[in-house]
Write a protein that binds this ligand. Structure first.
Ligand code: 5AD
Ligand code: SF4
Length: 462
């Protein structure tokens, strides 16, 4: 059955959930399990919003009546974890005949994955991909109405859906998609294949969403895109990312603006100046390096070399002194030698990153790097990985210590998990500070003295 609108489908899903509720003698439960990046986290808020509107009670346990896994496939270990969780979930389903299991997200855009699930995971009820998430209300109805596996994967998107219900994880901060997909085709990366070509959202829609969020009490927005620096290309009235930032800056109520991710190849001077001159844009730039070797960068199709990256990082540090710069690094790309890793370590020493995510190269079927000669043996990658990690940690410690003793504004996010007399706040530069406080402070800004740096976080006091 197809529905002309999502509202209509959600209403029908609501009727089915009520029927199930009568059968079970309790409110049916649903769990949304998320893997991967901030984009997936945001998509999961949409899935959760739809499930809540349909009448499910949301829990975090995979023994729920409806479980959906929002998957990631950027590295193979994410895939393996999904298969592992599915095994456990399949066990729950044997005990609960009403249970439904769904899969969506990046991993589902890979034909080999669909084949495997068709063959070996017959108990999965619903599978859809990244381009048709907005059809979830309709799929949910079909899944609740009938037995048997429903599979719907599209090769490309047909529209950007603007009006899905969303259940935000935090009342005071929110992700906002500004673009989808990626056109860069870094040779190791599967994202362009599973998320499709780059599409920017209409700036008016983005601003309307930010205004609505502000009116609901959101004070911090995180603008999300695979490469925010190319935002606006291909729109009817092209606009640049810095222009978009300046528009969002004008929205009353929004006090912090973050964004993720910046590709170094097209981070403009205009962006650096816009951040420098802004009171709201956070002092944090995530600038994935991937490798410090110009030879490897070329093979990765990153479109910059070591010198260009270093010059960019230097300019950022000069123009925005308090900024924290974080990065992503891949170890073990095909053909990478110890000398190439030395170059990466040299960049780490020169940029003095505030933090870095380090990954061992994972071969993704269908990407150009997967068929390159000289794949690096795993043991060798581990040796180099440890060298890089030690260097990253050294500078992360050094950088975090530079704010010790200062008073900085923190947005309180939660009561500390381990010690309920403390709350946890986030600074503009994305660092974390724990300090005495209580639940009533969540979502508020407070000035905190950073008394002691504990490596990657601070202990402070108001
Ligand atoms: N192997 C290892 N790391 C990868 N990343 C992307 N693709 C791969 C891969 N095949 C990393 C990059 C990217 C981050 C999100 O994931 O560092 O910036
Ligand atoms: Fe992948 Fe490169 Fe696009 Fe980032 S910019 S999503 S690493 S292809």
């Amino acid at each position: 059955m197809t529905y002309s609108s999502n509202d209509e489908a959600i209403k029908r899903a609501g009727e089915l959930v009520r029927e199930l509720s009568e059968k079970l003698g309790r409110v049916p439960t649903a769990a949304v399990i998320t893997f991967g990046c901030q984009m997936n986290a945001r998509d999961s808020e949409k899935l959760t919003g739809i499930l809540i509107q349909a009448g499910f009670s949301i829990i975090s346990e995979e023994s729920a009546d409806f479980v959906i896994y929002n998957t990631c496939t950027v590295r193979d270990n994410a895939n393996q974890r999904v298969y592992g969780r599915l095994g456990v979930c399949g066990g729950y389903k044997k005990k609960n005949p009403h249970m439904k299991i769904a899969l969506c997200g990046c991993m589902m855009q890979e034909p080999s994955v669909i084949e495997k699930i068709r063959k070996s995971y017959r108990f999965v009820d619903l599978i859809f991909g990244t381009h048709n998430l907005y059809k979830f209300p309709e799929y949910l109805v079909n899944c609740l109405e009938q037995d048997g596996q429903i599979i719907d994967i599209w090769n490309e998107p047909d529209q950007i859906e603007e009006n899905l219900p969303v259940a935000r994880k935090y009342p005071f901060k929110s992700g906002v998609n500004i673009m989808f997909g990626c056109n860069n085709f870094c040779t190791y990366c599967i994202v362009p294949y599973v998320r499709g070509r780059e599409r920017s959202r209409d700036p008016k829609e983005i601003i309307r969403e930010c205004e609505r969020l502000a009116s609901e009490g959101v004070v911090e927005v995180m603008l999300l895109g695979q490469n925010v620096n190319s935002y606006g290309r291909g729109l009817e009235n092209p606009i640049s990312f810095p222009e978009l930032l300046r528009e969002i800056e004008k929205i009353e109520g929004i006090r912090r603006i973050r964004f993720m991710t910046s590709h170094p190849k097209d981070l403009s001077d205009e962006l650096i100046e816009t951040i420098r001159d802004s009171k709201k844009i956070c002092r944090h730039i995530h600038l994935p390096l991937q490798s410090g070797s110009s030879r490897i960068l070329k093979a990765m199709n990153r479109c910059y070399d070591k010198e260009k990256y270093l010059a960019l990082a230097k300019k950022i540090r000069e123009e925005i002194p308090d900024v924290s710069i974080t990065t992503d690094i891949i170890i073990g790309f095909p053909g990478e030698t110890k000398e190439d890793v030395d170059e990466t370590i040299d960049v780490i020493r020169q940029v003095e990153y505030d933090n870095a995510f380090t990954f061992i190269y994972s071969k993704r079927t269908g990407t150009p790097a997967a068929s390159m000669a000289d794949q690096v043996p795993e043991e060798e990658s581990h040796i180099q990985f440890d060298r890089v990690l030690a260097e990253v940690q050294k500078y992360a410690k050094k950088q975090s210590a530079r704010f010790e003793g200062r008073v900085m504004e923190a947005l309180v996010e939660e009561v500390n998990e381990n010690d309920s007399s403390l709350v946890t706040g986030r600074l503009s530069n994305n660092m974390i500070v724990h300090f005495p406080g209580d639940e009533s402070m969540i979502g508020k800004f407070v000035d905190v003295r950073l008394k002691e740096c504990k490596g990657f976080y601070y202990i402070g006091e108001i």
